[in-house]
Each structure stands twice: as structure tokens, then as C-alpha cells.
Design a binder for this molecule. Sequence first.
Ligand SMILES: [Ca+2]
Ligand SMILES: [Ca+2]
Ligand SMILES: [Ca+2]
Length: 140
Amino acid sequence: MRTFVILVAVLGCCLADPCIHNNHADLTEEHVISMVVTDADHNDDGLITGIDVAEYFVINYDHDKNDVVDEAEFVRQWHNSFHDEEAFAQHIFHHLDTDDNGKLDLSDVDPLIKRADTSGDGIVQIAEFKAYLEAIYNAC
Ligand SMILES: [Ca+2]
Ligand SMILES: [Ca+2]
Ligand SMILES: [Ca+2]
């Protein structure tokens, strides 16, 4: 049985989409998302602002403090924090990098807020932010 599971995992990794959600610490997608949301909503007001998003990236991911989160920084830290597979962290990075320039920086913040704000009131409520992250997980 164990061999079978490993075989399926190996085949899954190589034949299917490389961003398959595989978590080394057996954290569920819901668990990871709720950790991200808790970290991102600094002041616990149930809202995610552009400042929250920018601070979240800079504080958590910008290891060399150059105000830009590159793919290597993001993938390493996401993997360390949430134990998702590195290929999966790359998948998330590419969704967050709205202008596809290989970096998360301030120019990605407004487009991210617009994408997540499905009610169109200009504010990202926690439920919207969670739904946005779930959509990224499900796009895998
Ligand atoms: Ca950096
Ligand atoms: Ca970018
Ligand atoms: Ca909203």
C-alpha cells in the first residue's frame, strides 16, 4: 500500500500539473489559507488593505530588504512557513505577480486588491481574501 501511495505521488508530480497541492506537514488548504489571512490582517479588523498586502510581503518574504519579493524569496519562505511543495509555491507566486515581471512589488498590490474585491466596494473583506486564495489553490 505504501509503495502504491508513493508511486501515485510520483506519477502525480510528473504527469499532472506540476503545481499539485502537496503539503509536507499535512496541512490542509483551509489551514494554510487561514494562517495567511491571520498574518495578512495585521490589525485584526477583518479587512485586507493594500497596505496590509504590501506589509505582509515585505515583512514575511523580502529577505534581502530591497522592497521587492523575487520568486526565490517567495518560494523559499512560503515553503518554510506553510510546508507546501515548492512547485506549488511557484504556482501561487505567479498568480500574485500580476504583471508577470518575476517580482512582487508595490505595482502588484492594487491589481491584487482589485482581483480579490469581488463585491467591488474597494475593500477586501476577509471572506473575499479567503475566496481569492482558494481560487488560486483550486486553479492548480
Ligand atoms: Ca527582496
Ligand atoms: Ca510583479
Ligand atoms: Ca469587498
